[in-house]
Design a protein around this ligand. Structure first.
Ligand code: F6P
Length: 312
């Protein structure tokens, strides 16, 4: 940090966004600092409970959720807090609320015991539009806990990266991040034996055209790599036993799709833009193809007229 550093707080002020939205994003960044410290405290204990998706919870999964919930719902203009760790959303008693917030407190936490990167994903929606489509989102961000803790953010005015410096402030490191039309890496989720044939043929196409494999099993670091390298493709497809794939539309896909589009990329479920998919229930899942335009459009050519639930 030096005298030319641009702090997140100042950046948000200069962006001219709604002051309450500014405070909300700043609050999320403070929660991110606490979660970053929790992870450094090396508590890898299982909580002995499962979340709504029947995944085993770590103590830090629950703690991260509590930190975010307590800090976000204390803001008297927040209406609804929806967390991937909880079955239903929490409605606040606040009068005249402006925003509803979706949170995946610690995505990829099964990677904590092997010391790989994990992340927090946040979507900010107008108060009454949490269950709608992703098109109304006001802001989206993720915090990536790797060798550095970074925060990647958009409020619809480009995508910007901040790094948590030792003094405890998020400082701007990259502004107006853009993806190229085409990249050279691919990150394919799901078991190959479970892929539908259209997806398998598409991935084989990437392999024979010399795309390099880059998959850690953490959505935030895997997407972050594609964004920061300027392109490529992350996919988590429809599976034969799970036609809606694995990843959650509200908690994971809407925020990343918003960021991706803002960086000049694309995100679809194979054919339909992720942000146009209608959310019917909080924990709804969807397949995803996200990254630079060339690869996402190419995926669509494999899905035209194909059946998501076919067998190999
Ligand atoms: O949704 C949790 C998550 O861990 C994501 O972060 C990641 O992209 C995905 O699941 C990995 O799934 P799999 O273990 O099937 O590759």
């Amino acid at each position: 940090m030096d005298h030319t550093s641009v702090f997140l707080r100042k950046f948000l002020y200069d962006e001219g966004i709604d002051p309450d939205l500014r405070r909300l994003i700043h609050t999320v960044s403070v929660a991110g600092k606490y979660i970053s410290s929790l992870l450094k405290a090396a508590n890898r204990k299982m909580a002995g409970t499962q979340n709504t998706s029947a995944e085993d919870q770590l103590e830090v999964d629950k703690q991260a959720d509590i930190i975010l919930k307590d800090m976000i719902t204390a803001l008297d203009y927040v209406h609804d807090y929806a967390s991937e760790e909880q079955e239903t959303s929490i409605k606040t008693p606040h009068k005249n609320p402006k925003f509803s917030v979706s949170v995946d407190p610690l995505d990829g936490s099964s990677l904590i015991d092997v010391n790989l990167a994990v992340g927090t994903i946040v979507g900010i929606h107008p108060a009454e539009k949490l269950v709608d489509t992703g098109r109304h989102m006001l802001a989206a961000l993720y915090i990536l806990y790797g060798p550095l803790t970074t925060l990647v953010y958009t409020s619809g005015k480009g995508v910007h990266e901040f790094v948590l410096c030792p003094e405890g402030e998020f400082v701007l490191t990259k502004s107006h991040i853009r993806m190229k039309e085409q990249g050279s890496i691919y990150s394919p989720g799901g078991l190959r034996s479970e892929w539908v044939s259209a997806h398998r043929n598409f991935i084989d196409d990437l392999v024979i055209t010399d795309y390099k494999l880059r998959y850690s099993g953490g959505l935030v670091p895997d997407f972050n790599q594609i964004l920061m390298k300027g392109g490529g493709l992350f996919s988590y497809p429809a599976l034969q036993k799970a036609p809606q794939g694995k990843l959650r539309l509200l908690f994971e896909l809407y925020p990343l799709a918003f960021l991706c589009e803002q960086a000049g990329g694309m995100a679809t479920d194979g054919t339909t833009p992720i942000l146009d998919l209608k959310l019917e229930k909080l924990h709804q899942r969807a397949p995803i193809y996200i990254g630079s335009k060339h690869e996402v459009k190419k995926a669509a050519t494999y899905f035209q007229g194909s059946n998501f639930s076919d067998t190999p």
